[in-house]
Design a protein around this ligand. Structure first.
Ligand code: 5GP
Ligand code: MN
Length: 326
């Protein structure tokens, strides 16, 4: 099917649309929500659209329209359509799930392999680099403004690790090229939103690397940041973005585990794989989700319990020799 027609078809006769993404929104989530919001404002100006997201990380605030984002869900509002972006299941929508539940109809655009098609209409492509790349396919390229391009570029760049991860396909580069032609300042966007770290972010990264341990015959690297440490640095969850990727870059490692304590004995776990272990199935086993090489889950217990449970599942997937503890 012609993808531009699909979006046209879905938005036909709609007067009110809510756009929502996952809790603790990242680059792809913010880029997708703002990209679609700005595109709709220029191409479908008659539709009243609202974006619902938790507080976004400060580096994304330069994107046009982010000051319009709503952080609470109105009690009695019922939208004609709720569009869920970059979110693997409805629970992960967080506070906006109530609007998803009450909407007349729902549409989901996502690239998580764990996504079970939870909306009325679903456009889910697990191979796609990012939700922003999928939105690009849904849009009429000739009507993508510079502001829309900035938002989509943020999402594509972030979810590909700046065009580095294996999910970067020729189509991803083609989409990025089209976005570049709108005149966006790609270097500044990537620098500002991806590479530049605050002093605190660098300190906590250093600490996580310093305290990391090798496990499972050096095939696995793990690091934990406790609530005490987060409080000491006054760090927010978004300050820990990127730590797990750095851990994964360790030579010889198949899987990187990074976890931080959300509240007492509740850990947000990030898993990254270099290809031989499918971390999405491991995250799903514990109630989370994600992609084959990048997945996440929230787990309860002491950090030792959580770690042991994860290691057992990882060891199952490693060849017998390397699965043994050293
Ligand atoms: P991260 O480790 O960066 O938080 O997430 C890696 C990937 O897994 C992202 O695509 C993210 O959306 C997904 N993910 C992370 N945590 C969860 C979770 O608790 N549930 C689900 N379904 N997906 C998650
Ligand atoms: Mn994504």
């Amino acid at each position: 099917m012609n993808m531009t027609k699909m979006l046209d078809e879905i938005l036909k006769d709609k007067t009110s649309v809510a756009i929502g993404g996952h809790v603790r929104p990242d680059g792809d989530c913010v880029g997708a929500c703002m990209g679609l919001y700005l595109y709709m404002a220029s191409v479908y100006p008659k539709i009243q659209a609202d974006v619902y997201l938790e507080e976004i990380p400060e580096p994304f605030e330069f994107l046009r329209g982010t000051e319009q984002i709503k952080h609470t869900a109105p009690k009695n509002k019922r939208y004609d359509l709720f569009i869920s972006l970059d979110c693997g299941d409805s629970e992960r929508l967080g506070f906006s799930e109530s609007l998803f539940r009450t909407a007349e109809s729902t549409f989901c655009v996502d690239h998580h392999i764990s996504n079970q098609s939870f909306a009325d209409i679903n456009y889910i492509v697990p191979d796609a680099s990012s939700t922003c790349e999928l939105l690009f396919r849904l849009m009429d390229q000739t009507r993508i403004t510079k502001e829309v391009a900035e938002a989509l570029y943020v999402g594509i760049a972030h979810d590909t690790g700046v065009f580095l991860y294996s999910c970067t396909a020729p189509e991803t580069m083609e989409a990025a090229a089209t976005l570049l032609r709108t005149g966006i300042d790609a270097n500044a966007i990537i620098d500002r939103t991806y590479y530049v770290k605050t002093y605190i972010q660098n300190q906590i990264l250093g600490r996580a690397l310093l305290e990391s341990i090798l496990l499972l015959n050096h095939k696995c690297i793990a690091s934990v940041i406790t609530k005490n440490v987060m409080d000491f640095y006054e760090a927010k969850p978004s300050d820990l973005e990127g730590i797990v990727s750095q851990l994964r870059n360790t030579e010889g490692v198949e899987v990187a585990i990074f976890m931080y304590e959300l509240e007492n004995q509740v850990f947000k776990v990030s898993l990254r794989s270099n290809g031989n272990v499918n971390v999405s199935t491991i995250a799903q086993y514990f109630g989370g989700g994600g992609h084959e090489r990048a997945a996440g889950v929230t787990m309860r217990g002491t950090s030792y319990d959580v770690m042991n449970n994860l290691l057992r599942q990882i060891a199952h997937q490693l060849p017998k020799e390397s699965g043994k503890q050293k």
